[in-house]
Design a binder for this molecule. Structure first.
Ligand SMILES: Cc1cc2nc3c(=O)[nH]c(=O)nc-3n(C[C@H](O)[C@H](O)[C@H](O)COP(=O)(O)OP(=O)(O)OC[C@H]3O[C@@H](n4cnc5c(N)ncnc54)[C@H](O)[C@@H]3O)c2cc1C
Ligand code: SF4
Length: 351
C-alpha cells in the first residue's frame, strides 16, 4: 500500500510538493484552511521579475494536483497525535486522516502596518499597503487614490515591519525591494505623468534579473530612489500626505507631499504557522518562523521525526525560492519514507 503524506497549507509550497509526492506514488492529502488554494499568490496580479500574470502560475500549480491529490478545503485542524511513527490529524468537523509523514507549508502573513502608527496607516485614507495596491491592479480599474484623485506624486516606503527593532523584526523580508520596483514600474505605465519616489534603507536586488528591473525603473521610467527612512507621515488639508524623511545619502532632512503613500509591508510568521507549531511543539527560530534542523544541510527538517517544512513558513521567500524549497522538501520526505537516515551525515560532520 502506498505510504501516506498529509500536507498542511495549500499555497505554492503545499501545492507544488503535493503534486510531486503524488506523482511519485505516495497517497497525498492536502489540507487548506481557506476555501481556495494558492495562498498569497491569488492576490498578486503580475509577478516580478518577468511581469507574468500570477494566475498563470496558479493554473500551473492547480494542474499538478488536479487528479492525484486528495484536496480538503476549509480544513480547520483541531488535533495532531503522534502514535509510534505515524500521525493522526483530526479536523474540527470530525474527519480524520492518518499519515506516515507530515509536510507543513503554512506560509506567512503580512505585517500589520497599524503597528507603525507614525506612518499613518489606518489613520489617513491615502496611506495604503503594497498588498492593497496589488488589489487595485487586480481590479483593473483606473488608479485613483482612496479619496478619489488621480495621483500625481506617489511615495513607496520600503522595510515596513522588517529590519526594525522597534517592532521586533530585525530580519529582511527579501521580496519587498523588488516588489516596490515592480509596482513603481506598473504605476508609471498606468499613470504616465506620475512622479514616483521610493524611500529605501538598502536596495536588496539579490535575485536573477532583479538588478536589470531596477535599472529599467531608473533609466526607462525615471523613478526616483532616495536612501532614507520615513520618520513621520501626516495629512495635509487636501488629504495628501506630508512625509518627513532623513535623506541619508545627502545627509539632510527632506519633506515631500504625496497624493498616495504605499507601505511595503514585510513577512511575519502566519497565524497557522504559529498554531500548528504550538499544537505539535515544533521549534521556532529567533525570527518567529519555524527553525530547521540545520541552516545549511537540513533545511526542510523539523525537530520532530517525520515532520518536514517547505516554503515561507521557515522564512521570507520569493516564488522561485518557494518552488525550489518545495521540491527539496519532497526529496527529503521521500528519503525519510524510504528509510534513509537523513541526519546521519550532518550529525557525523557538524556535531
Ligand atoms: C506584496 C507582495 C508581492 C509579492 N509578489 C511576488 C512576485 O511578484 N514574485 C515572487 O516571486 N514572489 C512574490 N511575493 C512572494 C510570494 O507571495 C511568496 O513567495 C509565496 O506566497 C510563498 O508561498 P507559501 O506557499 O510558502 O505561503 P503562502 O502563500 O502564505 O501560503 C500558505 C497557505 O497555507 C494555508 N494555511 C496556513 N495555516 C494553515 C493551517 N493551519 N491549516 C491549513 N492551511 C493553512 C494558507 O491559507 C495559505 O493558503 C510577494 C509577496 C508580497 C508580500
Ligand atoms: S527586501 Fe528591501 S524593503 Fe524588504 S525588508 Fe529587505 S531591505 Fe527592506
Amino acid at each position: 500500500m502506498a505510504k501516506k503524506v498529509v500536507v498542511i497549507g495549500g499555497g505554492i509550497a503545499g501545492m507544488e510538493s503535493s503534486a510531486y509526492l503524488a506523482e511519485m506514488g505516495y497517497d497525498v492529502t492536502l489540507l487548506e484552511k481557506e476555501n481556495s488554494l494558492g495562498g498569497h499568490l491569488r492576490n498578486w496580479e503580475r509577478l516580478f521579475p518577468t511581469m507574468r500574470l500570477g494566475q498563470e502560475v496558479l493554473d500551473f500549480l492547480k494542474l499538478g494536483i488536479e487528479t492525484k491529490v486528495n484536496v480538503i478545503r476549509n480544513a480547520n485542524i483541531l488535533k495532531i497525535n503522534r502514535i509510534d511513527k505515524r500521525f493522526q490529524i483530526e479536523l474540527e468537523r470530525g474527519a480524520s486522516f492518518n499519515a506516515d509523514a507530515l509536510l507543513i507549508t503554512t506560509g506567512y502573513d503580512l505585517f500589520d502596518a497599524t503597528k507603525k502608527e507614525e506612518y499613518g496607516y489606518g489613520i489617513y485614507d491615502n496611506v495604503i499597503t503594497s498588498a492593497e495596491l496589488e488589489k487595485m491592479f487586480m481590479e483593473g480599474k483606473s488608479i485613483l487614490t482612496p479619496t478619489g484623485k488621480i495621483p500625481k506624486k506617489i511615495g513607496l516606503i520600503h522595510c515596513v515591519g522588517s529590519r526594525d527593532e522597534k517592532v521586533g523584526h530585525v530580519y529582511c523580508s527579501k521580496v519587498c525591494c523588488v516588489t516596490a520596483v515592480k509596482q513603481a514600474i506598473e504605476l508609471k505605465e498606468k499613470l504616465s505623468a506620475v512622479e514616483i519616489y521610493c524611500f529605501y534603507m538598502d536596495m536588496r536586488m539579490y535575485g536573477m534579473h532583479f538588478e536589470s528591473l531596477y535599472k529599467e525603473a531608473q533609466e526607462k521610467h525615471a523613478i526616483n530612489f532616495i536612501r532614507g527612512r520615513l520618520s513621520e507621515a501626516c495629512e495635509n488639508q487636501d488629504q495628501s500626505i506630508l512625509i518627513k524623511v532623513e535623506d541619508t545619502l545627502a545627509g539632510r532632512p527632506l519633506k515631500l507631499s504625496v497624493d498616495l503613500l504605499v507601505l511595503m509591508v514585510g513577512f511575519i510568521p502566519s497565524k497557522g504557522t504559529k498554531e500548528i507549531g504550538k499544537l505539535m511543539e515544533l521549534e521556532f527560530g529567533t525570527n518567529g518562523f519555524y527553525k530547521t534542523k540545520d541552516q545549511h544541510t537540513l533545511t526542510n527538517v523539523s525537530n520532530i521525526p517525520g515532520v518536514f517544512f517547505a516554503g515561507s513558513c521557515t522564512g521570507p521567500k520569493t516564488i522561485t525560492n518557494t518552488v525550489t524549497d518545495a521540491r527539496a522538501a519532497v526529496t527529503t520526505v521521500a528519503s525519510y519514507l524510504e528509510g534513509y537516515n537523513l541526519e546521519i551525515r550532518t550529525k557525523a560532520f557538524f556535531q
